[in-house]
Write a protein that binds this ligand. Structure first.
Ligand SMILES: NC(=O)c1ccc[n+]([C@@H]2O[C@H](COP(=O)([O-])OP(=O)(O)OC[C@H]3O[C@@H](n4cnc5c(N)ncnc54)[C@H](OP(=O)(O)O)[C@@H]3O)[C@@H](O)[C@H]2O)c1
Length: 277
């Protein structure tokens, strides 16, 4: 039987591209998201194009019991989970106090708790079988100074959550070094997907120079290659690598000043050309 990769947030963007990437490499895939119709259409497309099996699992990962139900659905389908891609997510615009505590808590559930819970549920099987591949989709925002744009469009918890995913991935990788389990924190920068439609940042992102943007397929290829080669943290794209490298050598106040200047420049461009929105 082919190996099985469970991919959350597989109905669009980076998750969809990762599902295609795994399938193209001969993996069966479990596709998780809320939109059943999209998932079913993608499942058929993947089965036809790559000749592998696609299992559709409809789930709302902002609900605390979602990970248990997802793992159960895999068991019912007779599948053990050989690879886990924790990817589902959306930015939540507005400052910390502009959102209720329930909204902030729901955000933590989707973006963090359920990543950890899924990891906790699937790892024992991986340890027993001495095989596992895990990608946790983080962000370059985990590795750069906080930008006012992050807190405005993705929420003030976003960079911290993504940082925790990097550190957790590094810990897991070390803990399970002897178990043939590879863990990668995938850190993309601005990527073409539905993400910026959901969080309202589309016009801001449209004002960026094209070298700053990557396609979801580019990110997915890089992520797949990284986890197969057991690379702990993968920053995708030359421009993002450059920024992260620069941030490592510059003193914090200089990096922060550069980030503020960049945000101001983007705001000015937006004011000048609102029709790009
Ligand atoms: N795009 C970027 O610039 C960028 C940069 C760095 C990191 N990232 C990270 O990349 C990951 C994927 O984002 P993307 O850019 O591919 O965005 P996207 O195109 O909007 O895809 C998000 C996916 O997550 C699913 N999802 C959202 N809320 C969900 C929920 N409550 N329950 C289950 N599934 C849910 C969506 O499916 P349904 O709507 O069908 O549920 C969709 O499949 C996120 O973790 C994001 O933080 C994105």
């Amino acid at each position: 039987m082919r190996k099985f990769a469970l991919i959350t947030g597989a109905s669009s963007g980076i998750g969809l591209s990762l599902a295609r990437e795994f399938a193209a490499e001969g993996w069966d895939v479990g596709l998780v998201a809320r939109r059943r119709e999209k998932l079913e259409q993608i499942g058929h497309e993947i089965e036809d194009r790559y000749g592998v099996e696609a299992v559709v699992i409809v789930s709302d990962l902002s609900q605390p019991d979602a990970p248990h139900a997802i793992v159960e659905a895999c068991e019912v389908a007779g599948r053990q989970i050989d690879a886990l891609v924790n990817n589902a997510g959306a930015g939540m615009n507005g400052g910390f106090l502009e959102r209720s505590w329930d909204e902030q808590y729901g955000f933590l559930e989707l973006m963090l708790h359920n990543y950890l819970k899924l990891g906790h549920l699937v790892l024992p099987g991986m340890v027993d079988r001495k095989f596992g591949r895990i990608i946790n989709v983080s962000s370059v925002s985990a590795l750069l100074p906080i930008s006012p744009a992050h807190t405005r469009f993705s929420g003030s918890l976003y960079p911290g959550i993504k940082s925790l995913l990097v550190r957790w991935s590094q810990s897991l990788r070390l803990e399970h070094e002897a178990d043939n389990i590879h863990v990668t924190a995938l850190c993309p920068g601005f990527t073409l997907s539905e993400f910026h439609d959901v969080n309202g940042a589309r016009s801001m992102v449209s004002s960026l120079p094209s070298f700053w943007m990557q396609t979801a397929d580019q990110v997915a290829k890089s992520g797949y290659e990284a986890v197969m080669n057991n690379i702990p943290v993968r920053v995708t794209g030359a421009w993002n690598k450059f920024m992260v490298g620069l941030n490592r050598v510059l003193p914090d106040p200089v990096s922060e000043a550069l980030m503020r200047a960049q945000t101001k420049r983007m705001k000015r461009q937006l004011e000048k050309a609102p029709e790009t929105a």
